[in-house]
Every structure is written in structure tokens, then in C-alpha cells.
Design a protein around this ligand. Structure first.
Ligand code: HEM
Length: 103
């Protein structure tokens, strides 16, 4: 992510330990969110506005999604197979599509 969008690095704290924990809890939440995506539309729109206000560009979401899935896979003890990786990508894409309605 930082390699493709070096300008985003300044938005994150220098020590990413906290982000690693929140990344893993985000993955947990994603499973729940996708099941109830319609009910959570308003919250996801707010999350989209939050990112827009942080000056995160629409174009960054694709790289973000690939990165988050790869990093989660590398940092967990269990290695995901192709099908599982694709399922995670698809879940994040559904969430992003709602967030991006705020743009
Ligand atoms: C599926 C897409 C995404 C999801 C589900 C997501 C989720 C979240 C959540 C839940 C937060 C915390 C909000 C809060 O504290 O109230 C957050 C913060 C943040 N997100 Fe995202 N995000 C996504 C995409 C992105 C993208 C594309 C970027 C760009 C690099 C990004 C950068 C950030 C930054 C910089 C913060 C604030 C970090 C901090 O101050 O600790 N996010 N995101």
C-alpha cells in the first residue's frame, strides 16, 4: 500500500502494532458486516465520509483491499487458499462499494 501510495503513510501512526490488532478485528467485523450489509448501510456511509474527510482517494481502495487480505494472510497462523482469499476480497469489495457511495 505504502509502496503504491507513499502519501498514505503519513496518515498512519509510525508504530503500526495497533493497526495490526485493529486489522485483525476488522477482518472479524467484515464477516458480520457482509451478512447484514443492508442494515449497516448508514454506518458504512458514515465510515465512507470519515475516509473521504481523511483525504483518502477512491482510487486507493483497490490497493487497500489487496493489501489487507495479503497482510492478514501473512500474519495469521492459518494460510488461506485461493478460494478463501477471493471470498475475503469480495467481502471487502462489497463494503467498499457502500463506503464509496459517500464520495
Ligand atoms: C474496505 C475498506 C475500508 C474499511 C472497511 C476501513 C475501515 C476503517 C475503520 C473501521 C477505521 C477506524 C474508524 C474510527 O476510528 O472511527 C479506519 C480508519 C482509517 N482508515 Fe480505513 N478502511 C477502509 C479503507 C481504507 C483505505 C483505502 C485507506 C487508505 C489508505 C484507509 C485508511 C485509514 C486511515 C488512515 C484511518 C485512520 C487511522 C488512525 O488514525 O489510526 N482505509 N478504517
Amino acid at each position: 500500500m505504502f509502496e503504491h501510495h507513499p502519501d498514505t503513510q503519513a496518515l498512519f501512526p509510525e508504530n503500526l502494532t495497533q493497526q495490526k490488532t485493529s486489522l485483525l478485528s476488522t477482518l472479524d467485523n467484515v464477516i458480520n458486516v457482509v451478512e447484514y450489509i443492508e442494515e449497516l448501510e448508514e454506518e458504512l456511509l458514515n465510515l465512507g465520509t470519515y475516509h473521504k474527510n481523511l483525504d483518502i482517494k477512491k482510487e486507493m481502495f483497490d490497493d487497500f483491499i489487496s493489501t489487507i487480505v495479503i497482510v492478514a494472510n501473512l500474519s495469521s497462523d492459518y494460510s488461506l487458499n485461493e478460494k478463501e482469499l477471493a471470498a475475503w476480497e469480495s467481502a471487502f469489495r462489497k463494503i467498499s462499494n457502500v463506503m464509496l457511495k459517500a464520495y
